[in-house]
Ligand binder design. Structure first.
Ligand SMILES: [Fe+2]
Length: 251
């Protein structure tokens, strides 16, 4: 019995080590971690100042989704989430999101080959599906969730706290994994879930994380200030990618 337990532990450890090795090798490619220009940040502050619910949201999702509040649609335990739109100028999409979506899509060589070399499928068309702003107050949080769409993103607009101070608070200071105020990606499943912490401070204002919509993530609460944390998030959908023509089947 003890021998079996020891054996299980060793197998578990080697499985964990292998998983960690895989994460170390690939995780940096799983999302984009970039900084937005002042022009794009100014544009985002401008559209934040003019809440603008997407016209079709109520039509698609029902009367609960009427108005500017996005809370019913979102996982966040956050008291204020507001719909935005990329306006007529489409600036955030054309200057940032379209490029990011293409970078992520063509990192997969098979996609590049099928579209640009073999020319068996047309290039995908990406579009902003939803866009919203979260005003997170102290104690509020966003539990583990993923998004609709193909790619998703978060822009840190205003971070009123520093992770170093937050991790020194009594609730975090004695933990073996202080997490107060962190953003966190969760990879894997079952016993091999791996948390990748993104600690945040005011220096992260202007930072964007762009990731596959399936990638589970969460946001921990922060404490000790009445100031709000402001983030803009959204989902990107992909249209216009039919299944490969039967001729492309290697058979
Ligand atoms: Fe999210």
């Amino acid at each position: 019995m003890v021998k079996q337990l020891l054996q299980d532990t060793v197998e578990e450890q080697s499985k964990h080590a292998l998983y960690q090795e895989l994460i170390n090798k690939y995780v940096q490619n799983l999302w984009l971690d970039m900084r937005l220009t002042k022009e794009v940040m100014d544009y985002l502050w401008d559209i934040i100042s003019r809440p603008n619910p997407p016209e079709k949201m109520e039509e698609v999702a029902g009367p609960k989704f009427r108005g500017t509040k996005a809370n019913y649609y979102l996982a966040g335990n956050i008291s204020k989430s507001i719909w935005l739109q990329d306006d007529k100028s489409n600036l955030i999409f054309e200057k940032v999101l379209q490029d990011f979506a293409e970078i992520m899509y063509y990192k997969n060589w098979e996609n590049y080959y099928n579209i640009h070399i073999a020319k068996i499928v047309p290039a995908p068309v990406f579009q902003v599906q939803e866009l919203w702003v979260n005003y997170q107050k102290q104690h509020e949080f966003n539990p583990p969730h993923n998004h609709n769409g193909f790619y998703s993103f978060v822009v840190f607009m205003k971070i009123p706290t520093h992770w170093k101070e937050q991790h020194e608070l009594p609730i975090s200071a004695n933990s073996n994994s202080p997490a107060a105020s962190n953003f966190q990606f969760l990879l894997g499943q079952g016993q091999t879930v791996q948390a990748i912490a993104i600690p945040l401070s005011p220096e992260d204002e202007g930072r964007i994380l762009f990731f596959p919509s399936w990638l589970t993530h969460q946001v921990f609460p922060f404490y000790g200030t009445e100031e709000e944390r402001i983030t803009v998030s959204g989902n990107i959908k992909m249209d216009g990618v039919p299944l490969p023509h039967p001729k492309s089947d290697p058979q």
